[in-house]
Design a binder for this molecule. Structure first.
Ligand SMILES: [Zn+2]
Length: 349
């Protein structure tokens, strides 16, 4: 069966996903959203104690399984302190630089479920008052949230229901350009999540049996290092993390191809499996890049570290300016979708 990439559906789903706030540790809503889609598609799944979803499609061979994972959790922050000015100090959730969110609009999620809007700013932002505004470090001390409420002290802020430990999510600012670019925060890894969901949908609709039983693991703790490293079915032989390709100086990855990772900070990925992915891309005329990510780990390497005896690999769309205001191109999504489809229809060697 040949595969046709459904651009409209994929982009619509991706927009829905990035617009649901889901910093690591605050993923209930997005996982409910994912669960509802799986229910509608009538794919059997389990929800783990950690909050992840594992959907399963039975294949012709039920003795050797494969698993593909993508993560829905994103970068974000928590309220660290309510300042005497009524503004908020933050603590990071996940790894990013404060300058990547400076000026961004945000939402504070209170314990009672209220959503309060604000902006992430340097305390010393205005150039009309602070001479050294441009050179001061962007750090936990200087970065704060200006709340869009009439508050001037900590008591007034607390009266809104805001407390230490409340989650703060960053606006995604999703935009699709007519040149095929998708600009948004949280494309890592919601672009891959959208592709996996679309793949499940395609497989359900086609009704063609897969060669092997295949699990789709929607993880919700990747950005903090322990997403897909538990509840891996014992028959799993191959474990694929579908996650972003890292773009920058010296990198081969770009925004138009599927990036296959040979090695990241955790060490080399499984050599033979990685070579198989490369030859699948070549045979399917799928544009790919083989790359090494210098400062990177994935749920696949987390699974290996946790002690699972699996062959692991990593591929995904190239994401420019990762962990900041990210961008990719529809071509990269298409090439990744094609490799995913070729892979799940291949035999485990
Ligand atoms: Zn990621």
């Amino acid at each position: 069966m040949s595969f046709t990439f459904n651009k409209e559906e994929t982009v619509t789903l991706l927009k829905q996903l990035v617009e649901i706030p889901s910093p690591s540790g605050f993923t209930q809503e997005i996982m409910d959203f994912m669960e509802n889609i799986l229910k509608e598609l009538q794919v059997p799944y389990i929800r783990t104690n950690k909050g992840a979803l594992i959907a399963t499609i039975k294949g012709e061979d039920d003795t050797k399984h494969r698993l593909l994972t993508a993560h829905t959790d994103t970068l974000g922050a928590m309220v660290k302190e309510v300042k005497s000015s009524g503004r908020l100090k933050l603590t990071m959730v996940g790894g990013f630089n404060w300058n990547a969110v400076e000026g961004e609009y945000c939402t504070i999620h209170t314990a009672s479920g209220k959503k309060i809007r604000g902006t992430i700013l340097m305390h010393q932002t205005t150039v009309h008052v602070y001479k050294n505004a441009s050179t001061l470090p962007r750090d936990e001390q200087n970065i704060e949230v200006r709340i869009d409420e009439k508050v001037t002290n900590a008591e007034e802020t607390r009266a809104l229901g805001i407390e230490v430990g409340d989650f703060v999510s960053f606006d995604p600012r999703f935009e699709e350009t007519d040149t095929g670019f998708i600009k948004s925060r949280h494309l890592d890894d919601k672009a891959s999540t959208a592709l996996l969901l679309q793949l499940i949908k395609t497989l359900k609709e086609s009704d063609v049996a897969l060669p092997h039983t295949t699990h789709f693991y929607i993880s919700n703790n990747e950005e903090i290092g322990y997403g897909g490293n538990s509840n891996i079915p014992a028959q799993t032989v191959e474990y694929i993390a579908v996650d972003m390709g890292a773009i920058g100086d010296g990198q081969t990855s770009d925004e138009y191809t599927v990036s296959i990772c040979a090695k990241d900070s955790s060490g080399p990925y499984h050599y033979e499996l990685t070579r198989q992915l490369v030859s699948m891309a070549q045979q399917g005329n799928i544009d790919y890049k083989l790359d090494i990510y210098p400062y990177y780990g994935s749920d696949a390497s987390a699974a290996i570290r946790a002690g699972f005896d699996v062959k692991h690999a990593l591929f995904g769309p190239g994401i420019e300016a990762s962990h900041a205001y990210e961008r990719t191109h529809i071509d990269s999504l298409k090439n990744t979708a094609e490799l995913l489809y070729a892979y799940v229809n291949s035999k485990i060697l």
